[in-house]
Every structure is written in structure tokens, then in C-alpha cells.
Design a protein around this ligand. Structure first.
Ligand code: ADP
Ligand code: MG
Length: 618
């Protein structure tokens, strides 16, 4: 009997290998994108037609190939990335098997154009079903362009197994995400059927995530960071309330390579514990840096599975890191929504020819936030604003909300109290008055605004109001009140020195004072905002604050004094406020120059917009 074993021709061997490497258009996309990354590209363009059936093209500005390499890259086991088996243990590139291009060229019509930076001319190669059809010298840009046309043209069975265009495109998009998410220093553009669907500038992970998943992810992400001997973890996890019904948004990378590792995914899910609504999964974007000699990436042809020597330790570190992040931010999670600060200042341009309608503003001309204001001394929060401005009017549609809120208060008062522990002020409960603001926990003022709900931190807001008032006093005529009986304030010798030093600024803000000997000062007038009984205490504290490093950091006497006075005079948390006081705070806050932070840089308010609320109720 004659021998029956023979070697398969390369083209057949390549086709068999292709079965493993190129299962669908998305697999070719992955290989081409990874090659571009390995070539050091800083700009990568992905062009898809008919979900990859007719065209998959990747254009990069990487190192390019010499004419010999351009020919060799289509050979099986042709790679520039490893030379010996030893190299397998220290892989830092995406590919290394040298199979991808050979496999793709076995099952498609491929056109390659490539040029190295130092060469004047590049190489063009056309290859179909592993057969070189054309090779020539050509003019082209630095880098490489590979166009894969009519994938599986020579394996009709394979072609008919492809799913609908939308499903294949989804797979492509997924591969694109996996590469783009971790290579944030590379700019990407992605065209599908001549339409630009993603344009990503080189940036950081946070911006990349929002570039891919949308701007509303800005509010969803918490950073995770941890470093131990075995692993360095960096990335973001999503707040529990934004968890998904599937595990679709779980991105884990090791040494910048996307991996699937159910064990580690479980570590993260465990960290969320009971924070997750039932049957939902957290979204996360985590990169782990691990010594490459302690992992084995060579266990699966498409290389998404990786073995770790230190997996038990890494599991524990990962879980603890995510847990800590969630703990740290859990309070913020309750309240953190879009702030004025966080508003998108660069909205997408309007479509061509679009004529924006004139804005309509509903302003209740009858509403006067200052009516009923009692200009009582010692209730600093009921002072008239120094600059009424009208910014807040655009923000508020108080009148419209009045009716609704009052019915709510009457009809569901019980529920409201038990559910939210709200504090309604006297006037509300006795008269069922129209209430536009409520105080929560004796600390926050809650009000409805045209775009949703406004929550103001009473103390911080008032600090801002007072601070701007004192700062604006200086150099101008200020509201000062003469005191009937002059007050004598005495200080230690050192403190008296400081008082003398800041006396000009104190005078600017409404104090009239003169030294009496070395350590005593006689005060004859004080700012309108303060009580004569509190003058000594105020000045003592002001001196303390001035000495305090926090204040000195500003190195500005006027600012230091204004800060100290604002801090001391501001209504404190825990103080119950009247309806009119709350309304005054809100109105005055919105006439401030910088309403959204306290003078100490803390957030004064949060705004829950319509869509934030909708999202919460999902
Ligand atoms: P591998 O990436 O595993 O080495 P491939 O078949 O994907 O195998 O690529 C073979 C070789 O072709 C690579 O090692 C690289 O030298 C070269 N190559 C492929 N794509 C590019 C590209 N976009 N730019 C420069 N060189 C490339
Ligand atoms: Mg490759």
C-alpha cells in the first residue's frame, strides 16, 4: 500500500488556522487594530462597510514595514515580536503568534500599503486567498493601511454563518471599545458605511470612557486605585445605581490587554455586595499592571484568557480596592449629580441650517423673594442682597411650582415626613401655605427649579453670600452701624499687634476702631451684619484665623478677614430656617459671582435634572 500522508499546501493550512483566528469580521478588526497599536501608531482610522462583509480597513501612522517585511508579514509564523520561546514570558505587545495576517489573507482579498518613515516610497501588495496577486512600489503615507475586502469570499459556508449586519457591527464595536478604552493616548476614528461614528482624541481613561459611552457617564464613575507588590490597579467603577442587566460593560485589562477573567470579575461584584439591585451587574473599567513573568497569556489563540500566578492575592486586593472606593463615595453617591460646575460647556454643534428658537423664560413678575424680609439685626441671612442681579430669575420658576408643592404638602404630609424626614416650617404646617422650599435635616434647602430639583447646603451657601458681600465692601462705602456705647476689646500683646496690622482692612469692612494703649482697642462702629455683643469673640477668632495657616496660604489680608467673618457669621447646619430665610439664601446665592462653591471651595448646591431623576427611578 502506498503512503497516504502528505503535507497540506500553505493556503489550506492557513485557511484552517483562519478558522481559529478569524471567526467573523470583528476578529479581523481586532487583529488589525492590535497590529496598529504594536506598530506604535498615535492615530488609527477604522473603516467598515456592510458590517465588515465588504470592507474592513485600518489605517495607522505607525512604524510601517520595509518591502521585504510587507511580503513576509503574510507568511504563517511571521512575526517581528518574538524571536525565542523565552520571549513568550515577557510579552508586552498585543500580538506575537504571527498568524493573523496569514489567516486573514487566506480568507479574503487584502490590499496592503505601507511605508517606513525614512523611506521615500512605500510598498503595495494585493493578496487573495493566500496568493500574491500584485506587489509594487507606491507612493503612500507613513504607516500602514490594510484593507480586507470580501471576507470569506472563498468559504461561502462561513459567509452564510454570519449574523445580521447589526449584530456583526455590534461585535466590531465591542472589539473597537476593548482597544480604544485602554490605549487612551492614541486617537481613533471609526467610520461605518461612510459615517463617522466615533472620533476620539488622545486623552485619559475618564475622557475615553465618556467619549465611548456618552457624557452622562461623567457622573457615574468612581476612581479605583491600589498598588501592592503583586499588582497595580487603576480604573473606574460605576456607581451601584447604574449597574446593568447584563455583564456587557465589564472591561478588565492586564498590562493594557483586554482579558476575560470571571474570577476577578467576581471579586469586583463581591465588593458591591448588597449595593446592587437584584440581577444587575456593575460596570467597570479596570487596568491591572502585573509583572509579565507572573502571567501566561499564551493559553488561548485569541488571547483574552490569561493565567495569573498570584491570582488569590490579586483577587483580595482588587476586591478591597473597589470596596474602599464604594465606601468612600457612598455618601457622595446619594447626592452627587450634575452641578453648575459640571455643565457641559461644549455642547454638540447644531445641525447645519438649524435656526434656534428664541429662548422663553417664565418669570413670575409678582414673585418677590425679598418680600417679608425682616431686616432684623443678628439674623444675617435675612439681609438684603448687595447686588440683586437677576440670574436666579432665569433659574427659577418658583411661581409655577407653588401650587403643586402646596397640594403635595397637604395631601401627603404624613408620607412625606416619614419617608424623607423633611422639616416643614411653622408657617407651612399651620396655614398649609404655598411652600416653594423645604428644609431637610436642618441643613439643606430643597427647592424646585425649571430643570428639576435644587438642593442647597445652607451653611456653605451663606458663607459664599457673606464672603462676596465683605469683599465687595472693601474700598467702597460699606454698611456700618454706629454703636451707642463704644466697646473696649482687649488682646494679648501679640494679638494686638495683629489687630493693628489688619486694622485698615477691618475699617474697610465697617469697623471703626482706635487703639487705647498697647493692647486695648475702642470700637465705635461695626459692620451691619454683626451684633455688638459678639465683637470681642469675632475679633479673637479673626486673629486666630489670620494666624492659621489656612488663611495665610492666601497671603491676602482682605480675603482672610472676609473669609473669617463669612465663616463666623454664616448660619450653621442644624439651624432651623424660616421659609423667607431659605428663599433669601437661594436668591442671594444666585446673585453671587461664584454661586456654586463656598469661599472654601466646597460645593454649595447640587441640581438634579429631569433626566437624573428619571435615571434614579429606573
Ligand atoms: P503578530 O502580530 O502576531 O506578530 P501578525 O500576522 O498580526 O502577527 O503580523 C505579522 C507582522 O507584521 C507583525 O509582527 C509586524 O511585524 C507586521 N505588521 C503587521 N501589521 C503591521 C502594521 N500595522 N504596522 C507595522 N507592522 C505591521
Ligand atoms: Mg498581530
Amino acid at each position: 500500500m502506498s503512503d497516504i500522508i502528505h503535507l497540506l499546501p500553505d493556503s489550506v493550512a492557513n485557511q484552517i488556522a483562519a478558522g481559529e483566528v478569524v471567526q467573523r469580521p470583528a476578529s479581523a478588526v481586532k487583529e488589525l487594530l492590535e497590529n496598529a497599536i504594536d506598530a506604535g501608531a498615535k492615530q488609527i482610522k477604522l473603516i467598515i462597510k456592510d458590517a465588515g462583509r465588504t470592507l474592513i480597513q485600518v489605517i495607522d501612522d505607525g512604524c510601517g514595514m520595509s518591502d521585504t517585511d510587507a511580503r513576509l508579514c503574510f507568511e504563517r509564523h511571521a512575526t517581528s515580536k518574538i524571536r525565542s520561546a523565552q520571549d513568550l514570558f515577557v510579552i508586552r505587545t498585543m500580538g506575537f503568534r504571527g498568524e493573523a495576517l496569514a489567516s486573514i489573507a487566506a480568507v479574503a482579498q487584502v490590499e496592503l500599503k505601507t511605508k517606513m518613515r525614512d523611506n521615500e516610497l512605500g510598498t503595495s501588495i494585493v493578496i487573495e486567498g493566500s496568493e500574491i496577486k500584485e506587489q509594487s512600489v507606491c507612493r503612500c503615507n507613513n504607516g500602514t493601511s490594510i484593507a480586507v475586502k470580501n471576507l470569506f469570499f472563498n468559504i461561502p459556508a462561513r459567509r452564510s454563518f454570519l449574523k445580521s449586519n447589526s449584530i456583526e457591527l455590534k461585535h466590531i464595536e465591542e472589539e473597537f471599545f476593548r482597544v480604544a478604552l485602554i490605549h487612551t493616548d492614541v486617537a481613533f476614528s471609526f467610520y461605518s458605511n461612510d459615517k463617522l461614528i466615533y472620533q476620539l482624541e488622545s486623552s485619559n481613561l475618564h475622557q475615553r470612557i465618556t467619549g465611548l459611552f456618552g457624557n452622562n457617564y461623567k457622573q457615574r464613575l468612581h476612581p479605583v486605585e491600589e498598588q501592592t507588590e503583586q499588582v497595580k490597579i487603576r480604573g473606574y467603577v460605576c456607581k451601584p445605581e447604574f449597574s446593568k442587566k447584563t455583564r456587557g460593560e465589564q472591561y478588565m485589562f492586564v498590562n493594557n490587554r483586554f482579558i476575560k477573567n470571571f474570577y476577578f470579575n467576581n471579586a469586583i461584584e463581591k465588593a458591591y455586595a448588597d449595593l446592587l439591585p437584584e440581577k444587575t451587574y456593575p460596570s467597570f473599567f479596570i487596568n491591572m499592571e502585573v509583572d509579565s513573568s507572573r502571567i501566561d497569556v499564551n493559553i488561548h489563540p485569541t488571547k483574552t484568557e490569561v493565567k495569573f500566578l498570584d491570582e488569590v492575592i490579586i483577587y483580595a486586593v482588587l476586591r478591597a480596592a473597589v470596596k474602599r472606593t464604594l465606601g468612600q463615595y457612598s455618601l457622595a453617591t446619594e447626592f452627587e449629580f450634575d452641578t453648575v460646575e459640571g455643565m457641559d460647556l461644549n455642547p454638540a454643534p447644531a445641525p447645519k441650517g438649524y435656526i434656534p428658537p428664541a429662548p422663553t423664560i417664565t418669570v413670575n413678575t409678582n414673585f418677590n423673594p425679598f418680600e417679608n424680609t425682616s431686616y432684623k439685626k443678628a439674623t444675617a441671612y435675612s439681609e438684603p442682597p448687595y447686588d440683586k442681579g437677576n440670574k436666579w430669575e432665569n433659574f427659577f420658576e418658583i411661581s409655577n411650582e407653588k401650587a403643586e408643592v402646596s397640594t403635595y404638602t397637604v395631601e401627603s404630609n404624613m408620607e412625606q415626613e416619614t419617608l424623607f424626614e423633611t422639616e416643614t416650617t411653622e408657617s407651612d404646617t399651620t396655614t398649609h401655605n404655598t411652600s416653594t422650599t423645604i428644609q431637610v435635616l436642618n441643613r439643606y434647602i430643597v427647592s424646585t427649579i425649571s430643570s428639576g430639583l435644587l438642593v442647597v447646603d445652607q451653611q456653605r451657601a451663606h458663607e459664599r453670600i457673606l464672603y462676596e458681600r465683605f469683599i465687595s465692601h472693601s474700598g467702597k462705602e460699606c454698611i456700618s452701624q454706629q454703636i451707642m456705647f463704644p466697646i473696649q476689646c482687649s488682646f494679648s500683646a501679640a494679638d494686638a499687634e495683629i489687630i493693628s496690622e489688619i486694622m485698615p482692612e477691618l475699617k474697610d469692612m465697617g469697623f471703626e476702631m482706635n487703639p487705647l494703649g498697647n493692647t486695648v482697642f475702642v470700637i465705635t462702629a461695626i459692620p451691619a451684619e454683626i451684633n455688638d455683643g459678639e465683637v470681642q469673640n469675632m475679633l479673637d477668632e479673626m486673629v486666630e484665623d489670620y494666624k492659621n495657616s489656612l488663611m495665610q496660604k492666601f497671603n491676602d489680608k482682605e480675603q482672610s478677614i472676609a473669609l473669617s467673618m463669612a465663616k463666623q457669621l454664616a448660619v450653621k447646619k442644624g439651624t432651623k430656617l424660616k421659609q423667607e430665610e431659605m428663599q433669601n439664601i437661594i436668591a442671594q446665592l444666585f446673585s453671587c459671582k461664584i454661586p456654586n462653591t463656598s469661599p472654601f471651595g466646597k460645593k454649595t448646591m447640587i441640581i438634579m435634572k429631569d433626566n437624573d431623576l428619571t435615571e434614579k427611578f429606573k
